[in-house]
Design a binder for this molecule. Structure first.
Ligand SMILES: *Cc1c(COP(=O)(O)O)cnc(C)c1O
Length: 370
């Protein structure tokens, strides 16, 4: 069915930037630049400068950014890594594939790691903390880094949803030893397929990531330093991402923030809704997602769908419910209740004020009828 308000609109996005995107692709293809060329290096430089780190290393996915960051800082079998269950499964899979044990703790009402519960989860085996900056909101990194420093723990940030988001005057992905980004098409900075990157100030980690993505080879010397993977960010993806990052990205975030504000004005006080606006003045969110909570999720979603508004749910079941993931049954009440209550409303750089007004009016009509 054709939605009046689609969740995102990939065709409109392409139509708006077609000339520049086609130009970037054409530039690569006509010069035969496919793998590890100028466009990749340029994008990495621009990304590092944007995030505020010395290095950025382009990879084929956000998952590999997480996995290589964990491996690169020396996480090993027997180690524990503390993270949250309310995240995309890749966060936890990366810890498992590094051979370590994920220790899952609960989130607060702002969907990020509940730092009141962090210290109690630290054991002699804990090596790292892996906070997730969910929905484009950076965790309270002043407090998290202080706890990590006190206990001598590494911090690897899952910043897959948080490019451009800030805590205080620093951007997500620049606090810990590594920041991990994803350029999946519907992230705030999206390619036309999978992509990702690690950001870091650590020269050793940067060198490790550059080699591990290229089968262990040092491209300058031809030396294979260890067994690696084939996991480069494709040159053509990098060229397209570079155009988007350097020419449009800040405008897109500004637009998302304006649309989030319009949702807030329209939906404040409506029904039992809880909106994603929280009190910490140090947060500057990118609104990767605009997530609301209600006890009437299923019927409200059905009403929105009947009226042409597409919504998604991130995520409908707690991760540990998927028995194949073998995560046991942790007691994380906030995560469990979030899983029952959240709806992600349409949000993207292409969303218009008129779209937001339709969504708001549809939601208001639902609660007036009820
Ligand atoms: C998208 C995402 C990832 C992984 O990204 P891929 O590029 O799809 O591998 C990891 N963590 C979070 C929170 C994400 O949203």
């Amino acid at each position: 069915m054709a939605y009046k308000v689609p969740f995102v609109d990939a065709r409109k996005h392409y139509a708006l930037y077609k000339e520049e995107i086609d130009g970037a692709i054409h530039d690569c293809l006509s010069n035969g630049d496919m793998i590890y060329r100028r466009h990749l290096r340029e994008f990495e430089e621009h990304l590092a400068a944007y995030v505020g780190t010395k290095y950025a290393i382009g990879l084929n996915s956000g998952y590999h950014a997480l996995a290589f960051a964990l491996m690169g800082v020396g996480i090993q079998p027997g180690d524990e890594v503390i993270t949250v269950a309310h995240t995309f499964v890749a966060t936890v899979s990366a810890i498992i594939h590094a051979g370590a044990k994920p220790v899952l703790i609960d989130v607060s009402e702002d969907y990020n790691m509940d730092l009141d519960q962090l210290e109690a989860a630290i054991t002699p085996k804990t090596k790292a903390i892996l906070p997730v900056h969910l929905n484009g909101r950076v965790c309270n990194m002043d407090r998290l880094m202080a706890i990590a420093d006190e206990h001598g723990l590494l911090v690897i940030e899952d910043a897959a949803q948080a490019l451009g988001g800030r805590y205080g005057d620093k951007r997500g992905g620049s606090f810990g030893i590594a920041g991990c980004f994803s350029f999946y098409p519907f992230k705030t900075l999206g390619g036309f397929g999978d992509g990702g990157a690690i950001t870091t100030n650590d020269e050793k980690l940067a060198m490790y990531a550059r080699r591990i993505r290229f089968n262990g080879e040092d491209r300058e010397t031809g030396e294979y330093h260890h067994h690696g993977f084939t996991a480069l960010l494709d040159n053509v993806q990098a060229a397209v991402l570079d155009v988007k990052l350097t020419k449009h990205f800040d405008n897109w975030i500004g637009h998302r923030r304006a649309m989030a504000d319009r949702y807030r004005q329209g939906l404040q006080g409506v029904g039992d809704l809880r909106l994603p606006h929280f009190s910490d003045p140090k947060n500057w969110d990118n609104y990767q997602n605009y997530v609301i909570r209600t006890k009437h999720r299923e019927s409200l979603r059905a009403h929105l769908k009947e009226n042409g508004v597409e919504t998604l749910v991130h995520w409908a079941r707690p991760m540990w419910d998927h028995k194949g993931l073998e995560l046991g049954t942790p007691d994380l009440p906030e995560t469990a209740s979030i899983s029952r209550e959240v709806i992600s409303l349409p949000m993207s750089a292409e969303l218009t004020p008129e779209h937001v007004d339709i969504v708001v009016a549809t939601i208001k009509a639902y609660f007036e009828r009820a």
